[in-house]
Ligand binder design. Sequence first.
Ligand code: HMG
Ligand code: MG
Length: 353
Amino acid sequence: MFPRHAFLASARRLSTQPLPHPSPPPAVTIIEVGPRDGLQSEQAYVPPLLKLNLISMLAEAGHTRIEVTSFVSPKWIPQFKDANEVMAALPAESPVEFSVLTPNLKGVEAALSHSATDVASVFGAASEAFSQKNINCSIDESIERFRKVVEYATEKGKPVRGYISCIAGCPFQGAVDPNDVVRVYAKMREMGIEEVSLGDTVGVGTPTQISQILRALIALDGSAEHIALHCHDTYGSSLANILRGLDHGVTKIDASVAGLGGCPYAGGGATGNVATEDVVYMLHGMGVQTGLDLERLAWAGREVTEFLGIQTRSKAGLALWKKMVKEGRVREDGHPDFVRSATAPRGVATGAV
Ligand code: HMG
Ligand code: MG
């Protein structure tokens, strides 16, 4: 196993170096993963119409990139047994880019049979143990599977996104060597994957680790242009980690409405993704544009958590909602003032997607 003291020593050395982008970027793109990562571990099955409604509300809030479902085995993730139904109902032409998870050739063939699918996403790991638990194969085997997915998608003229899970630690093997992140990243980029999302799957990372990993990847790839950050918030460091990502030039951030999410194959140690509302609140307060409407996000988060019968995990979402109630901006029917009426057709019917 990679010696943690060696990592800490080199991380301390690296953390004394100046950050390359000390002021925030003018704009950041948020990739909304709520309908996929957010729902995949929920016990309650969310029927397709409600999934489509959530996707539509997120589009109405201004999202231009939404990860909508997974073409995985329904035995592994029952929530997405309706992936075909959801994709068939989404429009082929849309201002919103729809991405889906595709672990193998079978997944990408099914995903790209729908004209609404814009991006196929493969998901690997920097941890051997996690790769086995999550996708039932070794890292090397997964790379060969991904190559086939990329070849197929490229033939169909569609881009592929790549995820690397467990960049900062693994629930099964413990510490993860940053060199293993670099190795998988290099393989993904070599096979033609344009965007690689770095997953702190169990939310154990800290800004120092994020810096070390980003410095290594940027040294390899020239810039952070092809990198996105995907932070889970188990230990509460996700916003700090994102901020550190911005310092290194990352401008693509994955987030999930209401802070829903977590990988069911992460040994139960992973809580939600960083909440979209929290990221957007922080970025707007820093003068960074996202194109998103925070109140509409809070409303979408409220709708989905009410259906699931759980509390939102977004601090900003909760605070904003309380403020709207206090200001008398939530009507008796429980809808905010910007929603026309309780029965107003929302979602797919509004054509927002
Ligand atoms: P396997 O059992 O090794 O695959 O699963 P197999 O090829 O031996 O096939 C077994 C059965 O699965 C067969 O069906 C196949 O047809 C079927 P049967 O003959 O038994 O009826 N199958 C499929 N069905 C639908 N779609 C497919 C597919 N492929 C095979 N694409 C497999 C391998 C990868 C499929 C499985 O392990 C799987 O589905 N894993 C998914 C795990 C998952 O979705 N995890 C959560 C997402 S990852 C995540 O959350 C992390 C992320 O957010 C980033 C981060 O936070 O770090 C992305
Ligand atoms: Mg995740």
